[in-house]
Design a protein around this ligand. Sequence first.
Ligand code: RRO
Length: 302
Amino acid sequence: MLKTVICGIEFKNPVFLASGIMGETGSALKRIAKGGSGAVTTKSIGKEPNHGHRNPTIVEVDGGFLNAMGLPNPGIDEYVKELQKFREDLNKMNVRIIGSVYGKDEEEFVEVSKKMEKYVDIIELNISCPHAKGYGATIGQNPELSYSVCKAVKKSVKIPVFAKLTPNVTDILEISNAVVDAGIDGLVAINTVRGMAIDIRAKKPILGNKFGGLSGKAIKPIGIKIVWDLYENFDVPIIGVGGIVSGEDAIEYMMAGASAVQIGSGVYYRGYDIFKKVCDEIIKFLKEENLELKDIIGIAHE
Ligand code: RRO
């Protein structure tokens, strides 16, 4: 009932793991796949290994989590070994893989994407991390840089390429216009919202990096509005992400225009099998409303 086709790729359901959670090792991805996700997204992977920012890197705040992990990852050459080991297991479970890629310029994005391409179904370009100077949102807040990175990767790989957008911009349409012009196959919205928390006894910022990105329930209305705007303006598939914890949240994103959703912080709220729970809740809603999944995508715009 939830089978979904996006860019010609069939997914057993439209409820995916977001990048950044349980995506650093193949065994963690497999654990999530067992929880019922239609696809898993890897941690963002770069050209070289990276330790990330100083601890603490994550703190729970009202309505979500503030993180500044700082792109920790083993580098693409090590990471593909993980994917080689686990890809077959994920295939057998009929779970697709989205490879998240970051870089400081088009050359790095192209090099990592080309190495990633053989092991994944979709490339997701991370041009949106809010707290990695020179990476992420440094690119995704600049239409020219976003265009050139997306264009270069699109020219270099054969599989579909999606761009993950930052909400930390004045005009989301300026950036999304640039990446759609570059020929991107789909949009992922949103990455985390820039924020900060202060320990009033220590009289200092809590995170080692001082500021970070807010995820979780608090950011859902921000994500919904951006997905709404993207659906109104572009004809490419949208994956909605930001604060999804329940089937109702996922349905809200779909009614705004998302063809699929990703869940990150929700794993902490409802466990590894949140994917199965959310799918069951979507099915229950569709039955009650006598609707099919395809009917609800963008229905709120009618
Ligand atoms: O690693 C991180 O700190 C991180 C990344 Br790459 C991202 O894209 N978004 C985020 O909130 N944290």
